[in-house]
Write a protein that binds this ligand. Structure first.
Ligand SMILES: Cc1cc2nc3c(=O)[nH]c(=O)nc-3n(C[C@H](O)[C@H](O)[C@H](O)COP(=O)(O)OP(=O)(O)OC[C@H]3O[C@@H](n4cnc5c(N)ncnc54)[C@H](O)[C@@H]3O)c2cc1C
Length: 481
């Protein structure tokens, strides 16, 4: 069996893995990275790349404490805020320039929640604007260009197409290395000081979706994330947390692709209806990372899920206002560009269109009379500027009355999962009794600090912050004799 050796072994080469590798190398350690895919980047490369800033760190910790509802220890949250506040400076040290992410409204989107998600929680006004790395590409790609350059500049070796299949543990030393599959060979990599698990979540593990999240999802991100880190850590007795937490929105399932394309409207004249033709939520009032939740309703008499899929209904005015599919991020950005007037997707049949609502209902197989009644009720809400049923903001109550009418099925689609091995503020993986598993660290969305109420912008921030903490602390472990 071919062998490699390093002080710190990093499993997974996305944002958390890159940050851990850079921090460990800067602390003087010899580092090696193993990546399952032929290239690095993971979800990080496909992300919007937005990272958090803070106006007041203590109050921001109060906010995240309230968001996490007691599922994450206060010291982990405080460490996150303190370390992630350094992200912009740390990135600047790697040669990056950052700029403030424009508000959605400034990018031409209809108004949503003001400021942060969950503005009613204490400390919500203490989080600052989100920032992104500037560059020629889009958010995550610019960030990844900076991180991968930082790894290359330190001459940190990366073994590609090398999925780690086992983390080795020996008493009394603790974790001593990993085994990876490379083609038909197994490779053993010895870790003199520590192993960092940064191999992402379980976005592409349908059985895990059903088991932990209770339903099926499509995914927008990186197909390498199949839950390997959960199994690797569980095999060593790791405690698991936040397994029921997911950041997920609505996406379109198109026949040509095995993943979803993110749904996003540029005009407020749209509705969501279920398979019975009825509305079920305030379409513009729920944060984009939680859109899936109102659609997860199950009729407990029949186990029917009438909102999977649901349908977005819009008219000619909204059609002309810009692309209703987002292809600037996600894996789709590698291969497809949604047309700015949606006409290509109408011609492809991805978007259904009809001059009359009854015909549209027939095309998507929902009851025409209920759809027409729903649309009438919505028109009344627009006229009265009062959505008595779902409390949608009057500013977004735009009529949907100009034919042709359009519909497209929307499916719950994962941005990223949060669950995995539980870690402490030093990024050590904890066992089921709350004790650190010796020399085992984790970072990133694998075992993230976020619970079900993820407020956005926190995963990349956490990947960088806990990546650095994990890399530094692993590098400081005494070497195995
Ligand atoms: C479309 C989209 C937009 C997003 N926008 C934002 C945003 O703007 N802000 C934000 O905070 N978050 C955003 N996110 C979420 C965020 O991108 C991720 O949560 C974060 O980047 C995860 O970083 P990571 O390093 O933990 O994992 P990843 O970057 O996913 O890296 C994990 C790597 O591990 C590899 N791997 C898996 N298994 C193994 C194995 N057995 N052995 C070796 N390697 C393995 C994978 O191939 C992958 O390369 C977005 C996600 C998506 C999909």
């Amino acid at each position: 069996m071919p062998k490699h050796e390093a002080d710190v072994v990093i499993v997974g080469y996305g944002g958390a893995g890159a940050a851990a590798a850079i921090a460990a190398a800067d602390a003087g350690a010899k580092v090696i990275i193993l990546e399952k895919h032929p290239e690095g980047g993971g979800n990080t490369k496909y992300s919007g790349g937005s990272i958090r800033t803070y106006l007041d760190q203590e109050k921001a910790a109060d906010f995240f404490d309230a968001v996490c509802e007691g599922t994450t220890e206060r010291d982990v949250i405080e460490t996150f805020v303190k370390e992630s506040a350094r992200n912009p400076d740390w990135l600047a040290g790697l040669g990056a320039e950052t700029s403030t992410r424009p508000a959605l409204e400034d990018e031409g989107f209809p108004p949503r929640l003001p400021g942060a998600a969950f503005p009613h929680l204490p400390g919500s006004d203490a989080v600052g604007p989100r920032v992104r790395v500037k560059g020629e590409g889009k958010g995550g790609r610019n960030l990844w260009a900076v991180l991968s350059r930082g790894v290359e500049a330190r001459r940190i070796p990366v073994l590609y197409s090398a999925p780690v299949t086992q983390v080795l543990f020996e008493k009394p030393s603790g974790v001593t290395g990993v085994i990876a599959a490379m083609g038909d060979k197994e490779v053993r990599v010895r870790a003199r000081r520590g192993v960092v698990l940064s191999c992402g979540g379980y976005e592409y593990a349908p059985a895990m979706h059903l088991n932990y999240l209770g339903q099926n999802f499509f995914s927008l991100g990186h197909p390498g994330n199949t839950g390997d880190g959960v199994r690797l850590a569980a095999e060593l007795g790791a405690d698991l947390w936040h397994m029921n937490a997911v950041a997920a929105t609505f996406g379109y399932k198109v026949p040509d692709f095995g993943f979803a394309i993110r749904h996003r409207m540029r005009h407020a004249g749209f509705l969501y209806v279920d398979q019975d033709g009825k509305r079920f939520m305030d379409e513009t009032g729920v944060d984009g990372h939680a859109m899936w939740a109102p659609s997860s309703y199950i009729d407990m008499k029949t186990l029917r899920r009438p909102r999977i899929p649901s349908y977005v209904i819009f008219d000619e005015n909204a059609r002309g206002c810009g692309a209703v599919g987002r292809t600037d991020s996600g894996i789709v950005s590698d291969i497809y560009q949604w047309s700015s007037d949606n006409l290509v997707e109408i011609r492809k049949g991805w978007i259904k269109s009809a001059e009359r609502l009854a015909e549209l209902a027939r095309q998507i197989d929902i009851p025409a009379d209920t759809l027409q009644a729903t649309m009438l009720q919505y028109q009344n809400a627009c006229e009265q500027q009062n959505d008595a049923e779902f409390g949608r903001s009057p500013a977004t109550l735009c009529p949907i009355a100009t034919p042709p009418f359009y519909a497209i099925a929307i499916w719950p689609s994962i941005i990223n999962t949060q669950g995995g091995p539980k870690r402490n503020a030093r990024a050590q993986v904890l066992d089921v009794r709350g004790r650190p598993i010796k020399r085992l660290y984790s970072a990133g969305e694998l075992g993230s600090l976020w619970n079900r109420n993820y407020p956005g912008g926190g995963n990349v921030s956490e990947a960088l912050a806990f990546g650095r903490i994990a890399g530094r602390n692993a590098a400081l472990e005494p070497p195995i004799a």
